[in-house]
Design a protein around this ligand. Sequence first.
Ligand SMILES: C[S@@+](CC[C@H](N)C(=O)[O-])C[C@H]1O[C@@H](n2cnc3c(N)ncnc32)[C@H](O)[C@@H]1O
Length: 206
Amino acid sequence: MASNYDNSAGFYDGLSRIVSGKALVNAQVYLLPFIPERAKILIVGGGTGWILEEIAKVHPSGLNITYVEISAKMTALSRKRTTGNNAVAFINDAIENVSLGADYDVVITPFLFDNFTEETLPGLFGHIHSSLKPQGLWLCTDYQVTGKLWQKPLLKMMYWFFKILCGIDTTTLPDIEAQFSKYGYKKKSAKTFFADFIISAQYQKS
Ligand SMILES: C[S@@+](CC[C@H](N)C(=O)[O-])C[C@H]1O[C@@H](n2cnc3c(N)ncnc32)[C@H](O)[C@@H]1O
């Protein structure tokens, strides 16, 4: 894919909080207590890496984290994060290019899928799916359109902004839920944020 968040790495966190306040953070933090102790975790598209510090507040040690981020600048910022005594392996590459084991207990995809289209999401989803153990947990946060009149225009504005800044070539949200259904995931819990525009869900692989 052509997107490159390097152009926004220095101000991405500040910018995203102007639009959605703390909702973006709260939505991801909501999922962290579901992480079991000593879990092997795959994080894809963690951005500046603030989530690593939030994870360390819940689990200060014992986790084995693989952190895959396509943007070099985002990865560099993530490396500076305080990660407690958790082991973190940083991989600066597109997840599609990374050969993964099939033994992850937990996968985290925070606002990753909104960068993909109906055409590109299935391949990416299948690749990440194959890394998760049977019964493993997939913690996913992303936007959703629930019918409120302002949601579509706001989404369009965000896509337009990131197209100019980062070359994101996506213009509409792909059907994320359909992918979880296709692979037989069970939704164990979910919570919405920012007046339903953001959804965080915990899925379990069969
Ligand atoms: C919308 S940002 C979200 C960042 C962060 N999760 C947050 O909530 O602040 C999406 C992130 O996914 C990364 N990304 C996009 N496509 C990717 C891919 N194919 N493989 C790995 N990372 C990717 C981008 O570089 C960017 O940092």
